[in-house]
Design a protein around this ligand. Structure first.
Ligand SMILES: Nc1ncnc2c1ncn2[C@@H]1O[C@H](COP(=O)(O)OP(=O)(O)OP(=O)(O)O)[C@@H](O)[C@H]1O
Ligand SMILES: [Mg+2]
Length: 242
């Protein structure tokens, strides 16, 4: 199936402001009530670097609400596409329409947090509407306990920085409706991958995840698999044919 075959989506006029919030207490909302909205419509996107190397030519696709995995070889343009969807980078041509609500983009560089401030201070900036005790509990769930929560972000390892970024983004006052994750498992050991899987399991919004790790994508129950190939986006089945 090609991108052109994918049914058009309806972008809702407004989305619930709490749609992307991380659940703070376990409950079991139905999947349909959490993921009933559509998010991104990309039309006729073209982009070349300054040396005229084309990355995308007339690319059109839609991303509905839910969990989308984006796979492709190195250099195919996955990070470039996520930057464009996030609004960080402008295309040469074409349009990208997003449903209302906040978009959180975790780049491969993980540069969202203030490296001079501690993990706790960063979370305080993202979630100023929470009490300190609540923030400490949240950080403990992301494995920052006691003095670890007071380390400057600049000294954290890659895996720790990903956990700190996720804690801030998922627990923010204005929770994201759409999460864009670029190779989130790159720096993670098995324990941290498991922790990331459960954090994403509790996240109620939509996400697009770029990853080479197909086991991880299957584990986080990606419902739609897109492959970027030769500047085109095609829909494909998951590793088990889902
Ligand atoms: N500033 C730039 N100037 C010129 N070419 C660039 C620039 N940034 C990226 N590219 C090229 O654009 C192409 C797509 O890069 P991008 O980072 O989007 O790929 P990717 O699919 O995310 O790769 P990876 O799997 O390695 O992360 C690559 O060939 C890359 O070399
Ligand atoms: Mg990349």
């Amino acid at each position: 199936m090609t991108a052109a075959d994918v049914a058009p989506v309806v972008v809702p006029e407004s989305l619930s402001p709490s749609a992307g919030r991380l659940r703070r207490a376990p409950r079991s909302p139905t999947r349909s009530s959490r993921m009933s909205d559509a998010f991104i419509i990309v039309s006729n996107l073209s982009f070349s670097w300054h040396d005229d190397t084309p990355v995308f030519t007339d690319l059109s696709f839609t991303v509905a609400a839910g969990r989308t995995g984006l796979v492709a070889p190195n250099g195919a343009g996955k990070s470039t596409l996520l930057r464009m969807i996030s609004g960080e980078q402008e295309p040469d041509d074409g349009t990208i329409r997003r449903a209302g609500g906040r978009v959180a983009y975790l780049s491969q560089r993980l540069d969202l947090l203030d490296v001079e401030r501690t993990v706790a201070e960063n979370l305080s900036a993202f979630a100023s509407g929470t009490q300190e005790a609540e923030r400490m509990n949240l950080l403990a769930r992301f494995l920052f306990r006691g003095s670890r929560a007071h380390l400057p972000v600049g000294v954290l390892s890659g895996g720790e920085r990903l956990r700190a970024t996720l804690a801030c983004v998922l627990c923010a006052d204005a929770a994201p409706q759409l999460l864009l994750l670029d190779e989130p498992t790159n720096n993670l050991d098995l324990v941290s991958v498991g922790q990331l899987e459960s954090a994403l399991g509790a996240y109620e919004g939509a996400f697009v995840v770029v990853s080479h790790d197909e086991r991880f994508l299957a584990e986080i129950k990606v419902g739609r698999w897109l492959e970027l190939s030769g500047g085109r986006l095609v829909e494909r089945g998951g590793p088990a044919g889902e």
